[in-house]
Design a protein around this ligand. Structure first.
Ligand SMILES: NC(=O)c1ccc[n+]([C@@H]2O[C@H](COP(=O)([O-])OP(=O)(O)OC[C@H]3O[C@@H](n4cnc5c(N)ncnc54)[C@H](O)[C@@H]3O)[C@@H](O)[C@H]2O)c1
Length: 452
């Protein structure tokens, strides 16, 4: 067989396996992104294996359990019946056809990109890489990561001198690489996962075609871009757009409060414009794994190009100041009741970074609780999604969820996350004072409510 034919065979064999749903799919990183993705492929009858270094996750899945609130254990059991299994054993990768990487991309203590999860994963994949593998990175990251970080590790660390296919002369020693960002909106059930268009950027035309075919099995629309870097930048543009617009409404909220205007009423009115306006809402600060983190991946990379991303810096400054604004608002509200924050009993409603989800990564509630405690407040919290809160990367709260009763005992009830399950009318009725950071009490008239 000539070199050309061998390479064509690698490509067409994988393409055909994908089209016949016989491609063995590996999903690395079974978190909020990877686990649902693995389940989507299993539902479509692909043979799927999940890989994770967290032994507890692997064993929970192996016992048919779930550790993500919105994924019921029955879904895991149904997937297992279809052949889905989880493992920490990377040697099983050789038997796979497509490898999708969904590991975390946080910031380090200096707010710089921490790519260690990606580099560790690449080092773990490399020895098991074989010709014809399709490797796709989904983790959000700066433009250039796939080509400058992931591929060099895969090429250097594999045992057969395999090279990523770059559109040049075909080789039987090639593997395929693409980047495809995840676009999940946790808690949002208005758009079916299948209907969220999937952006794909392959290193060359073959990689793009294979990745598009693989995602075409679970998404209705594939949007191809010219390179992995363009796909990486697309994700960052989406998240920076949100970050900057949220900062804008947060700033306008502060001004509106000073001017005695209700920013929520204003946003609602502006939203009636049928073109050119998209509503964003103010809040107690940014949370989640994406919006507070991803923009800094770009500002870090921009420095390499002697470029200052001023919008990102300004938005970051405003959004980071919001929990301090909440602290000040609670102190002022208590002051009007002739009470000091020091010693006051404060109940924080909602730990999750946004409503109706069980995710507290980067949640402003955690910062707010710490700030309140520093000022001497006696803080309790209630969140139906978190019976307890222990130690995280940046905090160590060691608290237990307080029951939502006897609310009159608190000097202030502070709404940080507007979970739908809360009965806000009852909360206002039973409380002495309610500070509302989310307009959760809209429609309820009471002098006890302070908007902030
Ligand atoms: N959560 C979201 O809503 C969301 C949305 C869009 C994009 N993203 C991006 O997707 C990526 C993953 O996010 P997530 O929310 O799923 O993170 P997560 O923390 O929920 O899950 C990541 C998983 O990867 C595992 N892991 C870490 N290192 C590993 C390794 N070397 N080998 C195998 N497994 C490993 C962890 O144990 C964990 O289970 C991030 O880059 C994030 O920015 C997340």
């Amino acid at each position: 067989m000539t070199t050309q034919t061998a390479s064509a065979t690698l490509f067409s064999e994988l393409k055909s396996k994908i089209e016949h749903k016989q491609a063995r799919v590996a999903v690395i990183g079974l978190g909020y992104v990877g686990l649902p993705l693995a389940l989507l492929y299993t539902e479509q009858k692909f043979p799927v294996t999940g890989f994770d270094i967290d032994a507890r996750k692997v064993s929970t899945l192996d016992q048919g359990g779930s550790y993500i609130f919105r994924i019921p254990a029955t879904e895991i059991q149904a997937a297992r019946a279809q052949g889905f299994s989880a493992t920490a054993d990377y040697s099983r990768l050789t038997a796979m056809d497509a490898i999708i990487v969904c590991v975390p991309t946080p910031l380090d203590e200096y707010r710089e990109p921490d790519l260690s999860y990606i580099t560790d994963t690449a080092k773990a994949i490399a020895p098991h890489l074989r010709a014809g593998h399709l490797v796709i990175l989904e983790s959000t990251t700066y433009p250039g990561t796939t080509e400058e970080v992931l591929i060099p590790i895969l090429e250097k660390g594999n045992r057969q001198a395999l090279k990523a296919s770059r559109g040049g002369a075909a080789s039987p020693q090639e593997f395929y690489v693409a980047f495809s960002p995840e676009r999940e909106d946790p808690g949002n059930t208005s758009v079916a996962r299948r209907d969220i268009p999937k952006v794909v950027g392959g290193l060359d035309a073959k990689a793009s075609e294979l990745a598009a075919a693989l995602y075409g099995a679970i998404f209705n629309r594939i949007v191809r871009v010219s390179s992995p870097a363009a796909a990486e930048m697309t994700k960052l543009l989406e998240n920076i757009y949100r970050c900057v617009n949220i900062a804008l409404v947060n700033e306008l909220k502060l001004l509106s409060l000073r001017m005695g205007l209700n920013i929520w009423e204003v946003i609602e009115a502006a939203s009636t414009k049928p073109f050119g306006f998209q509503p964003f809402y103010p809040g107690p600060g940014l949370g989640g794994h994406c919006i507070p983190v991803d923009p800094y991946y770009l500002s870090w990379k921009a420095k390499e190009w002697d470029f200052n991303t001023r919008f990102i810096e300004l938005a970051g400054e405003i959004n980071t100041s919001m929990p301090y604004h909440v602290l000040e608002s609670v102190a002022k509200a208590l002051n009007r009741h002739r009470k000091a924050l020091n010693g006051a009993k404060v109940l924080v409603l909602g730990l999750a970074y946004k409503k109706d989800i069980d995710d507290l990564r980067e949640s402003p509630s955690l910062t707010i609780i710490e700030l309140l405690q520093k000022e001497g407040a006696q803080v309790s919290y209630n969140d139906p999604y978190f019976p307890t809160v222990g130690k995280g990367r940046k905090y160590d709260l060691q608290m237990k969820c307080a029951p939502l009763e006897n609310l009159g005992q608190y000097d202030c009830v502070l709404i940080v996350t507007d979970h739908s399950d809360y009965d806000y009318a009852r909360i206002v009725q039973e409380s002495q004072l309610v500070v509302d950071t989310r307009n959760a009490t809209r429609g309820i008239e009471s002098p006890k409510i302070v908007h902030c």
